[in-house]
Design a protein around this ligand. Structure first.
Ligand SMILES: [Zn+2]
Length: 203
C-alpha cells in the first residue's frame, strides 16, 4: 500500500469530477502509528498536484522542517485525526452541490439521509434502513474556532460522525484508508445530488 500515490490518484479523480476547482479543497493522510500527518500545500491547482506537494505537519498543524505553507484549513484535519484514531485519510471537496445544498439546509443544522441504498458505501453500514445526519456548520475564516466547534459537536452529539458540511463552502469526510475516504466523498456527493433533485421535483 502506498498512501501517497493512492491519495494523489484520488485527488486527480476529484479534480476531474470538478470537485476541486480554482485551487480549492485540501487533503491529508496519516501513516499508521504516527501522530504527524501529511497535508496538501496551500494554493495548488489540484490538476497539477503531485506526491511532492504534501508537507509534514505535527498533530497541531505546524509544519515540520518545511518552509511551505500548509493548507489554510489544516486545523480541521488535525481535529479529525484527534477525534478518530483509526482515520488515516481526510478529504475535503468544494462542489457546486455541496456549496448550495449546505446553504439551503443550513437553518435545519443538518442534512438527514435515510433509506438510500448507497448509504452502504459508508464503512460499517450494512443496510439502507439507517438515518445518517450530516451536520452543517456556519462558514468562517476562523478555522481554529471551527475546529473547536467540530470537536465539541462530535463529543456531545455523534462520536461516529462520518462527514460534515460547511455552509456555502464545502464538505469534509474521511476514512481508515484513502480508498475508504474517496468512497465516502462519492457517497456524500451522490446523496447531495439526490436531495437536490428531490427538492427540484417537488418544487
Ligand atoms: Zn475549503
Amino acid at each position: 500500500m502506498n498512501q501517497r500515490a493512492d491519495i494523489v490518484k484520488a485527488i486527480h479523480f476529484l479534480h476531474q469530477k470538478g470537485w476541486a476547482p480554482a485551487t480549492s479543497s485540501n487533503y491529508s493522510f496519516r501513516e499508521s502509528g504516527q501522530s504527524n500527518f501529511y497535508v496538501s500545500q496551500s494554493g495548488m491547482d489540484k490538476g497539477d498536484f503531485g506526491e511532492a506537494h504534501f508537507l509534514e505537519v505535527d498533530a497541531d498543524g505546524n509544519p515540520v522542517n518545511d518552509s511551505r505553507k500548509p493548507s489554510a484549513e489544516t486545523l480541521l484535519h488535525c481535529a479529525v485525526y484527534q477525534l478518530f484514531p483509526a482515520v488515516h485519510c481526510v478529504l475535503h471537496t468544494h462542489t457546486v452541490l455541496n456549496t448550495v445544498v449546505s446553504q439551503v439546509f443550513q437553518e435545519k443544522g443538518c442534512l438527514e439521509l435515510q433509506d438510500y441504498e448507497i448509504l452502504k458505501g459508508f464503512s460499517g453500514i450494512k443496510t439502507h434502513e439507517v438515518s445518517i445526519k450530516i451536520p452543517i456548520f456556519a462558514n468562517t475564516q476562523d478555522i481554529n474556532a471551527l475546529s473547536i466547534e467540530l470537536v465539541d459537536f462530535v463529543r456531545k452529539n455523534d462520536p461516529e460522525l462520518r462527514a460534515f458540511l460547511i455552509a456555502g463552502h464545502g464538505m469534509y469526510t474521511w476514512g481508515a484508508t484513502v480508498a475508504d475516504a474517496k468512497r465516502h466523498v462519492e457517497v456524500v456527493e451522490f446523496l447531495l445530488e439526490c436531495e437536490y433533485l428531490k427538492l427540484k421535483l417537488k418544487a
